[in-house]
Design a protein around this ligand. Structure first.
Ligand code: HEM
Length: 474
């Protein structure tokens, strides 16, 4: 029974008793039918989530093909799931299904396998280790900024994908974007395209071997992908030296808490693919949205440029500048509030669980969305306004936990978080130092909630060389 609830939970939650279980109210209709009629675009779950919060508040319930689904927009309940009771949950089905692509990597595994993999991978992401990557991130961004031409339109979303792909290639494999990395990227794109189709099928895993053309393409792309990654691993093993990249670190890591063993080749392959996938599209999207927001908010853009001039004085940024690039960090944080690259998360209970006054059966799905929470007016007044001041240290301290969680939380919090902040800030600083990116007028902007929150259309900008920068440099 729920007793002594923390303050935000001391409200009049409505409870519907079903046998020994207690559910919140929610949609009673057949959901696919309801979705199709009401929203016309069942592929955009954000519309459904917005509707649930507007109609039922911080917790709601619906059923889909026999499963109970709970949508949460209550920070305390999210904390309960991620931090206080993680042993009662596994990843929800769509993420588990990614095993057909990522095997038992950090994102898809659960329980003891996940704990062990996380222990072995953790040293590769330690702050000192990833600091070595800072210089390389700035070098890549400096090359890109040298290729832009004043007045020639570019798609900044595509540019950011290319840049972060180069960064992940360099940090994972100590290689420039070679044919291999390009091939990995191409195969991943084929596989991801088919993956969207696969996750919609019941028991997709058991259908994988059927002689259907789409599945054949999936199998081929997946085996080519495995082969390239396997070759990278073998090359690293043969060299036998620490090349300073993540793969060298993963090869050398041992499970110090258990049997001191390392990862098998199959585990390494799964982790390499996981980090490759998790590590570049997220950051690329965060950067693309940030340039959009800066273009739409000239006051913030002016302050951002002023900080770069003041802190850097015309030289390229280094790691030592990070603590002084405060406003740039606040801009990046506010951008991930409005456009969180990981826009929703989900878990499934593996035991009966209690949250506040509710009690749910084992097997219930729980979803919560950074996109919805970060735009809740009770936590972020005037939520649609872009205001980096929301991320001063004082404001951050004053805010309730799990009202802002772009990197998740608890034992499965993003392992690449420090990497992502460093990369985001250094790339913004390097590019913004030299260029002001003016948005092309009248273009269409929309979100596309796929695995990450992508811009639906290109974000078209025209680079304009910054006056103060060209005076102080070159
Ligand atoms: C802005 C950029 C990024 C965002 C918003 C982001 C967000 C997230 C979130 C929300 C999770 C937790 C998912 C869950 O618990 O269901 C996660 C996990 C993860 N992220 Fe990131 N991420 C970013 C960048 C990166 C980078 C740069 C890397 C690697 C270089 C990375 C690697 C991972 C991995 C391996 C996991 C799984 C961790 C685990 O379950 O133990 N991410 N990320």
């Amino acid at each position: 029974m729920a007793t002594a609830l923390p303050p935000p939970l001391q409200q009049n939650w409505i409870v519907e008793q079903h046998g020994t279980y207690r559910f919140p109210p929610g949609l009673k209709l057949n959901l696919p039918f309801y979705l199709a009629r009401r929203f016309f675009r069942p592929s955009n779950p954000i519309l459904l989530f917005e509707h649930l919060v507007a109609t039922y508040g911080r917790i709601s319930h619906y059923r889909l093909i026999g499963s109970h689904i709970i949508f949460l927009n209550e920070p305390e309940f999210i904390r309960e799931i991620l931090v206080n009771q993680p042993q009662n949950f596994i990843k929800e089905r769509t993420q588990r299904r990614m095993k057909i692509l990522l095997g038992e990597g950090l994102i898809t595994s659960d329980g003891e396998i996940h704990k062990r993999q996380r222990r072995i991978a953790a040293p590769a992401f330690h702050r000192q280790r990833i600091q070595a990557y800072g210089t390389m991130m700035v070098e890549r961004a400096a090359t890109m900024r040298g290729e832009w031409r004043a007045g020639s339109e570019i798609d900044i979303a595509a540019e950011m994908m290319q840049l972060t792909l180069q960064v992940v290639a360099r940090t994972l494999f100590a290689t420039d974007v070679t044919e291999d990395v390009r091939q990995i990227n191409d195969e991943v794109n084929v596989v991801m395209g088919l993956y969207n189709f696969l996750v919609a099928l019941p028991r997709a895993e058991s259908l994988l071997h059927l002689p259907i053309p789409a599945l054949r393409r999936f199998r081929k792309a997946k085996s080519r992908l495995d082969a390239v990654v396997q070759r990278m691993i073998e090359e690293h093993r043969q060299l036998g030296v620490d090349r300073g990249d993540l793969l060298s670190m993963l090869l050398a890591s041992r499970d110090e808490e258990a049997d001191h063993s390392g990862m098998t080749d199959a585990q390494l392959r799964d982790e390499v693919l996981t980090i490759f996938l998790a590590g570049y599209e997220t950051v690329a999207n965060a950067l693309a949205w940030t340039w959009l927001l800066l273009g739409q908010n000239p006051d913030a853009e002016t302050r951002f440029h002023a900080e770069l001039d003041e802190v850097l004085g015309g030289r390229l940024p280094t790691l030592d500048d990070l603590p002084r690039l405060r406003y740039t960090e606040m801009v990046f944080a506010e951008s991930m509030r409005l456009y969180p690259p990981a826009w929703a998360m989900g878990r499934q209970s593996i035991h009966d669980v209690e949250l506040g006054p509710y009690r749910f059966p084992s097997g219930t799905y729980f979803f919560f969305s950074q996109y919805i929470m970060h735009r809740s007016p009770e936590h972020f007044p005037d939520p649609l306004r872009f205001d980096p001041e929301r991320f001063t240290p004082e404001q951050k301290m004053a805010r309730q936990k799990f009202t802002y969680f772009p990197f998740g939380g608890g034992g499965r919090q993003c392992i690449g978080e420090a990497f992502a902040w460093m990369e985001g800030i250094l790339i913004l600083a390097t590019l913004g130092q030299q260029w002001k990116l003016n948005l092309v007028a009248g273009q269409q902007i929309a979100v596309q909630p796929k695995i990450t929150l992508r811009p639906k259309y290109p974000i078209r900008v025209i680079p304009q060389r910054r006056q103060s920068h060209s005076e102080s440099e070159e």
